[in-house]
Design a protein around this ligand. Structure first.
Ligand code: SF4
Length: 325
């Protein structure tokens, strides 16, 4: 099966930043991996601490042996200064982070969650950001997990007016089934367009930000829009935006390539809307971090805002609710 990447992400490799190991996420471990971990611990390899490492998960699927315990500081019990103590046998969800995949008849489309700081740093490399064929994620022939659209028909599109990328929302034109080649051409064109867009947007669209927040499950919370966000945007963020527009463009291109909205939603229009949502959340998070630090947007602050944006959009928000208009 072919694997398609955003060129920006091709050089990704885990640098053991530990972001995913210190996020207090419940991490399920499968029975086969749990047995290997237990054997390693019994043999005195990889022992992180003299504590219970596996917690029960009675409602989890049958293949799950339990949830990894957290230390009192919130880190995974196996996370230490030198990285993961059980890296060879780590759970599959650890192995999959930060990959976000769609698998359709064309192949595997890989994008990354930039909540991972290593992935976020790649956005600042000088790169033209295009969709390219690359290596499989796993070298042993396994397919990655992701949105399985193998049996799906290509997305439908509303016939657009001449020259338009897509018909506008609410357009009453006739739906038309696209061909997969046509979908690929559309994605490549939009990735290029989004990545090279250097315009400074207006103040953040707070309705789109609220929509993303509302797509979270009820047991999760997200901070409100910072006070005076439009003022903060104009004073601390917008003046520096042109300097960082290439990195923002690559980030938004990564929300086009491998987008679940293409198959889970109603095709290209939903992909473009998901880009608008990502841009709006990023603008709010950039304003938040600039207001907190009383500093104009610089690379560390933009990286922080991008990480927060993907934390909300990829890890917290429910994809179906995010797609609802
Ligand atoms: S098992 Fe290893 S990779 Fe997974 S969260 Fe724990 S320390 Fe991180």
């Amino acid at each position: 099966m072919r694997t398609y990447w955003l060129s920006t992400h091709l050089g990704y490799a885990c640098r053991h930043s530990g972001a995913c190991c210190s996020s207090r996420w419940p991490i399920p471990i499968e029975h086969d991996r749990a047995s290997l971990v237990q054997r390693a611990l019994d043999e005195g390899r990889g022992r992180p601490a003299a504590m219970q490492w596996l917690e029960p998960a009675p409602t989890a699927p049958g293949e799950v042996a339990g949830i990894l315990a957290h230390r009192s500081d919130g880190d995974c019990v196996f996370h230490g200064a030198s990285g993961c103590a059980i890296y060879r046998h780590r759970p599959r969800s650890c192995e999959h982070f930060p990959y976000v995949c769609v698998i359709d008849p064309r192949g595997v489309h890989v994008t990354l969650s930039h909540y991972c700081p290593t992935a976020a740093a790649l956005l600042f490399d000088d790169d033209t950001a295009e969709i390219v064929e690359g290596p499989a994620i796993f070298g042993d022939g396994r397919n990655p997990e992701g949105l399985d659209a193998m049996e799906a028909l290509p997305p439908t599109e509303i016939e657009a007016a001449d020259g338009a990328d897509v018909a506008p929302q609410g357009c009453a034109g006739r739906p038309r089934l696209m061909g997969w080649d046509e979908v690929s051409r559309w994605e490549r064109r939009i990735v290029r367009a989004v990545a090279s867009d250097t315009r400074v947007p207006g103040p953040p669209d707070l309705a789109l930000f609220a929509h993303a927040r509302d797509a979270m499950p009820a047991d999760l919370t997200w901070p409100d829009v910072p006070a005076d966000v439009a003022e903060v945007w104009a004073r601390w963020v917008a003046p520096s935006w042109p300097r960082w527009a290439p990195a923002v463009g690559r980030y938004l291109a990564a929300r086009v390539h491998g987008s679940w909205a293409m198959c889970l939603g109603s095709g290209p229009r939903d992909v473009l809307r998901s880009v608008d949502i990502a841009r709006s959340v990023l603008q709010v998070e950039a304003a938040r971090v600039c207001a907190r630090t009383v500093h104009g947007l610089d690379r560390p602050l933009l990286e922080s805002a991008i990480r927060q944006t993907d934390l909300l959009l990829i890890h917290y928000a429910d994809p179906q609710r995010l797609l609802r208009s």
